[in-house]
Design a protein around this ligand. Structure first.
Ligand code: 5AD
Ligand code: SF4
Length: 447
């Protein structure tokens, strides 16, 4: 008889990939995934603690499951990911209805932990960090699924210790996966029809630097570029300090590389960048942006920005606004600073009035919305290559895909175009997506 699990995933793409591994592991031991917690024998939350809001959301969601457990004591509730790593034992103590807690390095142990809970009824906790060699052997080998695009993990962890950031504390030290293994996975994906891969890591730019004899990230990109069947390559996330000339050059020399780069700046003022321990100045960042635009004039950049870091003055914030105007990001993800336990910045006093912090945030948002509007609006009327990812949920003959700039485009077309790069004339630019019309081959030939 099959058992059922319900899984909720919070946070970044790392967690999304980890959740894919969780699904694989559970399916292998006879569990099937369901869409509602009420229908499940096992409820799992894969959690994020990068900001206070994310963490509170996790605890809020967990609370919803308590009544289910009260009604069905045999229900198993588990918590994994970054909150589990961070709060570990405290979480088990505080929430008596949680049965198992597994850290970011312990996902592979889930079947054994689960068997322990099922057979012995004991609560389980595993959150210890593994050494680099053990982890290198444990990069998720996920079951291949029918898909047009896939994430491929190339490295995990982070050694940068930006002073606001919890990631190095909950994900551990940086390790890179063997290049040969990455290429073998991508070849396999290509053979199964995957057209686009996104190489994933907390800081892919430092891929291979800590492993003797490993290729650099730029060399890895060149090797992925050779793989037949793969038509588009993306990668995320990049740390500006590790964005090498060799990697910048790739945007000029590798046609399959999408002309989009997420290059989080976090702040535009040198004093704040130094306090954040970012390892670059405003001028160095802008210099890299200029070189990117030189080798690839139509590249579009996106960024993360933190507003209200301890000590950020009005002038500092003004520098951030000016940088946003100068770079003209296609999009930014902006965040109100929130202190994270155990990070260096958590000890620094926040002097900014919350109202002023919010006002800066709103000003940044307004500036960016104007710039984003102008950039995405400039696509209207153009014919852009779109990699078709699927048919839209509304049904009918509606397709969706992405442009090289990672914008979703919805348009009418036959389902047999899924997996192909097709020419689409953009007719409307909405806030987060675009609408277009499939160009007929004849029109294309004539124009
Ligand atoms: N407060 C606010 N934003 C944060 N980020 C990371 N830590 C914090 C924090 N303590 C943001 C950064 C990072 C993104 C994933 O989350 O901008 O790039
Ligand atoms: Fe956090 Fe900085 Fe590492 Fe990014 S590079 S995960 S912001 S410590």
């Amino acid at each position: 008889m099959s058992k059922f699990f319900y899984l909720e995933t919070f946070g970044c793409q790392m967690n999304v990939v980890d959740s894919e591994q969780i699904v694989d592991l559970l399916e292998r031991v006879g569990y099937a995934q369901v869409e509602t917690p009420e229908a499940a024998d096992l409820i799992l939350l894969n959690t994020c603690s990068v900001r206070d809001k994310a963490e509170r959301k996790v605890y809020g969601h967990l609370g919803r499951f308590k009544p289910l457990k009260d009604r069905r004591p045999e229900l198993i509730i588990g918590v994994g990911g970054c909150v589990a790593q961070q709060d570990g034992e405290k979480l088990l103590e505080k929430l008596r209805y949680v049965d198992l807690v597994f850290g970011t390095h312990n996902i592979h142990r889930l079947p054994e932990m689960l068997a322990g809970v099922e057979q012995e009824g004991r609560r389980r906790l595993e959150t210890e960090f593994l050494d680099a060699d053990t982890r290198r052997g444990l990069f998720p080998e996920r079951a291949a699924k029918e898909a047009v695009t896939r994430f491929v993990t190339v490295m995990q962890g982070c050694d940068n210790f930006c002073s606001y950031c919890i990631v190095p504390h909950v994900r551990g030290r940086e390790i890179s996966r063997a290049g040969g293994e990455i290429l073998a996975e991508i070849r396999d994906l290509a053979a199964r029809g995957v057209k686009e891969v996104t190489l994933l890591g907390q800081n892919v730019n430092s891929y291979g630097l800590r492993e003797t004899g490993e290729m650099s990230f730029a060399q890895l990109l060149h090797a992925v570029h050779e793989i037949e069947g793969i038509e588009r390559i993306r990668f995320t996330t990049s740390h500006p300090k590790d964005l090498s000339d060799e990697l910048i050059e790739c945007f000029g020399s590798l046609p399959k590389l999408a002309r989009h780069l997420h290059l989080p700046v976090q702040c535009g003022a040198d004093a704040v960048l130094a306090a954040m321990n970012r390892g670059y100045t405003r001028a160095q960042y802008l210099d890299k942006v200029a070189r990117l635009k030189q080798v690839c004039p139509d590249i579009r950049l996106t960024s993360d920005i933190i507003v209200g870091f301890p000590g950020e003055t009005d002038e500092d914030f003004g520098e951030t606004l000016a940088l946003v105007e100068a770079v003209r990001y296609a999009d930014i993800y902006s965040f109100l600073y929130s202190p994270r336990r155990g990070t260096a910045a958590a000890q620094w006093e926040e002097t900014l009035d919350p109202k002023d912090k919010q006002a800066r945030f709103d000003a940044l948002l307004a500036a960016q919305q104007r710039i984003s509007g102008e950039i995405w609006q400039s696509d209207v009327g153009r014919v852009l290559p779109v990699l078709v990812e699927g048919t839209s949920r509304q049904g009918g003959a509606q397709l969706f895909g992405r442009t090289t700039w990672n914008r979703i485009v919805n348009f009418a077309g036959p389902a047999d175009r899924v997996g192909q790069v097709v020419p689409v004339r953009i007719t409307t630019s909405l806030k987060n997506s675009q609408v277009g019309e499939l160009e007929m081959e004849e029109t294309r030939a004539a124009s």
